[in-house]
Ligand binder design. Structure first.
Ligand code: ADP
Length: 453
């Protein structure tokens, strides 16, 4: 096991990792920007080092500063969390070259799954079902795009090969808007990821976003855990996640879980990762991408399996053997996670940073809150707007929804516009209560309130 881990991240995930390290008896070093000196992760870690000014580029993405912090503090491993450098192959390589264990998969695995076009080709070869698509990047100036889209069949979706966070995506209903959509997606992809490459695939209508947590060890063992349903999204970004999915049968869980394991094995995956699929109206499933890191929504899986995924991730990175078997997992109930973002839902979700007044977070039976904020804390404007995750566990879905509604009602975050009231609306929605909602649920039934027509 490691002696000291440096956490190259901030906020709730940095706190989550510190807690796992403490339980494992591993010392922790956090890093922070000048703007984050009062953040909870700085207070929770055994030691914290300032790595630069407020801008992420100069602090949480500043590889030389982070490596220097690890060396000065005597850390022997680096946990990247999610976002920032978590899926950066160069960072993984630099860690290795400096004798620091990167807590994640090998740089080769990250590389193979990081480029969506390459990942899709690899999955096809591994016999994992993929969405019919362009088999490579497309360019707006190439006249062949019309033929390719015709062959795939409209509607198609244009996606960034380096994509993430739902950026660089455009749905194209017919050929009139194809060229323009590609130009817009390329521009957005260049601005967001520095890589303008985009590709096309069939737009799966009313899809369900279903993903599988996988764990792998250096001996080639891979297991999968019960699926998460992340179909409640706003602009292709997840807002609510739950496990197990009300849409997936026991039989489909097994088939998809095995496909996820196959996907992970194809890249010799070590530590924890997530294989994402889309499932259509007929129950056909398609590989979408693999995230080679711990995910925001990992707590729902932890709640229903009793497995501490971050501790497992650290143990697997330290070279331990995987002892979890997919077939032996018992589902302990139903869990739902609501992402509380400091955003104003009435003003198109613009970020709402600033000083929190009184803060009261919920508790009681079945409620877990992962957060880094506290009364009087000032949310800086520079980073992600996620301020808390409320997770509810119930003996069944109905109880999980009731607990979440109750927890959301207890929540008070003074002075900061946030998504808690929106989550209350979702929890109270009859369609949601029935289960099986697709990714069009939020725009169709919460924002436009089609139910009330
Ligand atoms: P990102 O890496 O930006 O998160 P993903 O490939 O994971 O992008 O897709 C994010 C979301 O976009 C999916 O959960 C789904 O809602 C939507 N999406 C992506 N591809 C398709 C598709 N082919 N058909 C329908 N929806 C899609």
């Amino acid at each position: 096991m490691f002696n000291k881990i440096l956490i190259a991240n901030r906020g709730e995930i940095a706190c989550r990792i510190i807690r796992a390290c403490r339980e494992l008896g591993v010392k922790t070093v956090s890093i922070h920007s000048q703007a984050d000196k009062d953040c909870m992760h700085v207070k929770l870690a055994d030691q914290s080092i300032c790595v630069g000014p407020a801008s992420a580029a100069e602090s949480y993405l500043n590889i030389p500063s982070i490596i220097a912090a690890a060396e000065i503090s005597g850390a022997d491993a680096i946990h990247p969390g999610y976002g920032f450098l978590a899926e950066n192959t160069y960072f993984a390589e630099v860690c290795q070259a400096c004798g620091l264990k990167f807590i994640g998969p090998s740089k080769e695995s990250i590389e193979k799954m990081g480029d969506k076009i390459a990942a899709i080709a690899l999955m096809k070869a591994a016999k994992v079902p993929v969405v019919p698509g362009s088999d490579g990047s497309v360019d707006a100036e190439d006249p062949k795009i019309f033929q390719i889209a015709q062959k795939i069949g409209y509607p198609v979706i244009v996606k960034a090969t380096a994509g993430g966070g739902g950026k660089g995506m455009r749905i194209v209903p017919s050929e009139e808007s194809l060229k323009n959509a590609i130009i817009l997606a390329q521009t957005e992809a260049k601005a967001s990821f520095g890589n303008p490459a985009v590709y096309m695939e069939k737009y799966v209508e009313e899809p369900h976003h279903i993903e599988f947590q996988i764990l792998g060890d250096k001996f080639g063992n891979v297991c999968y855990l019960p699926e998460r349903d992340c179909s409640i999204q706003r602009r292709h970004q997840k807002l609510v996640e739950e496990s197990p999915s009300p849409y997936i049968s026991e039989k489909l869980r097994k088939v998809m879980g095995k496909a996820a394991r196959q996907a992970a094995k194809a890249v010799k995956y070590v530590t924890v990762g997530t294989v994402e699929f889309l499932v259509d109206k007929k129950g056909h499933f398609y590989f979408m991408e693999m995230n080679t890191r711990i995910q925001v929504e990992h707590p729902v899986t932890e709640m229903i399996t009793g497995i501490d995924l971050v501790k497992e991730q650290i143990k697997l990175a330290a070279g331990e053997k995987l002892i979890i078997h997919s077939d032996k997992i018992k589902i302990l109930g139903h869990a739902i996670e609501c992402r509380i973002n400091a955003e104003d839902p009435d003003r198109d979700f613009i970020p709402s940073p600033g000083k929190i007044g009184q803060l009261f977070l919920p508790g009681g039976p079945g409620i877990r809150v992962d957060t880094h904020v506290y009364s009087g804390y000032t949310i800086p404007p520079y980073y992600d707007s996620l301020i808390a995750k409320i997770i509810a566990l119930g003996s069944d879905r109905q109880e999980a929804i009731a607990r979440m509604s109750r927890a959301l009602k207890e929540t008070t975050i003074e002075n900061i516009k946030n998504t808690a009231p929106l989550h209350q609306k979702i929890m109270a929605n009859e369609r949601f209560a029935k289960g099986s909602v697709a990714t069009d649920f939020l725009p169709k039934y919460i924002f436009n309130e089609a139910d009330k027509k």
